[in-house]
Design a protein around this ligand. Structure first.
Ligand SMILES: [Zn+2]
Length: 342
């Protein structure tokens, strides 16, 4: 099969199109003919190399995969060759207490496709049949590939962790990022009022179109002052944090009494300043969130398939242009997802 592989860590130049042996599914695994694979920030970090997280080379990136079932190692009820599917990006043992209580993303064997195991920058990928989610005919491969990781992450953050409620004020940083565009829509779906931020006037316009109630240009606006003004000095009930060092302190300052902050990432750096007197006197809650369970994804997917959540695809490039796709993502000029067509 053709695949874009990395044989060392480094910049986008380490991505190379090569011929690899076809993967062979075993046990309760499916082989999937990849039609589209979306990029995530995790692809950039895996390519660059994360401290203490060794990668077995040659490695195939790509967490978010849509395609058709090419084969099954053994018959699985409800799945058949040729079926159009998307893949849940996290695999787990399926036998431990975490898995059996529906918290499979806390399993000690939790692995992410394209990160700890081979991913979707390839014509074929194998994965546990439990990760295969059939998609309806009206959902295209490219929009399906753009869905799983960011919607699973944002659903987990807002619904499972922060338990967002109708009428609450939610601040979503960087609505143009994958998690941001998912969070804006999921918060609206739950009846919240969304204050989103975006990094340019063009992105502000696109954030409005996603359904945000208020949009601030975080490059020019004083976000803390604007949030205070927009909430009549109350602050927001929930903050969706995934930016890290560049926004963390402002996120804390934007929170209402008994507010909840959920973080799933630190794109701009891992250290954030927290005034502890705000933490205790305002009785704030800080949640960490990592990926999401299969149940989180299936719940979000039911809204996606029914048209109540939609993916935003910024660009579709052929697999052979994975390097250009990475350069585009690093430049941060996109709004929504960058997808490789395979
Ligand atoms: Zn487990």
């Amino acid at each position: 099969m053709r695949a874009v592989v990395i044989r060392e860590h480094g910049g986008p130049e380490v991505l190379r199109l090569e011929e690899l042996p076809d993967p062979v599914p075993g046990g309760a695994e499916a082989l999937v003919r990849v039609r589209a694979c979306a990029l995530n920030h995790l692809d950039l970090w895996t390519r660059q190399g994360l401290p203490g997280r060794p990668v077995a080379f040659p490695h195939v990136l790509g967490n978010d995969i849509a395609g058709e079932i090419a084969g099954l190692a053994s018959p699985i009820e409800g799945l058949a060759p040729g079926q159009r599917v998307m893949l849940s990006p996290g695999t787990s043992c399926g036998r431990c207490a975490a898995c059996l209580s529906g918290e499979d993303n806390s399993c000690r064997s939790y692995r992410v496709l394209g990160y700890q195991v081979q991913g979707g920058y390839a014509e074929l990928v194998r994965c546990p049949a439990a990760n295969v989610i059939p998609i309806p005919d009206h959902v295209g491969f490219e929009e399906a590939a753009a869905f799983p990781l960011v919607f699973l992450t944002a659903w987990r953050m807002l619904v499972t962790r922060a338990r967002v409620r109708q009428g609450e004020d939610v601040l979503v940083w960087a609505a143009g990022s994958g998690v941001g565009m998912a969070a804006v829509q999921i918060a609206k779906l739950h009846g919240a009022r969304v204050i989103a931020t975006a990094g340019s006037d063009a992105k502000v316009e696109l954030a409005w179109r996603l359904g945000a109630d208020e949009v601030l240009n975080h490059s020019t606006a004083d976000v803390v002052a604007e949030v205070r003004r927009l909430t009549d000095k109350k602050g927001v009930d929930v903050v969706i944090e995934h930016v890290g060092e560049a926004t963390w302190e402002r996120s804390i300052l934007c929170m209402a009494h008994r507010g909840r902050l959920v973080t799933c990432g630190a794109t701009t750096g891992p250290r954030g300043v927290t005034e502890l007197r705000h933490l205790f006197s305002k009785q704030l809650t800080l949640f960490g969130s990592y990926m999401g369970s299969k149940a989180d994804l299936l719940e979000a997917a039911s809204h996606f398939f029914a048209g109540r959540l939609r993916t935003v695809v910024h660009a579709v490039l052929p697999l052979a242009e994975a390097r250009r796709a990475h350069e585009m993502m690093e430049a941060s000029e996109h709004f929504g997802k960058i997808v490789l067509r395979v």
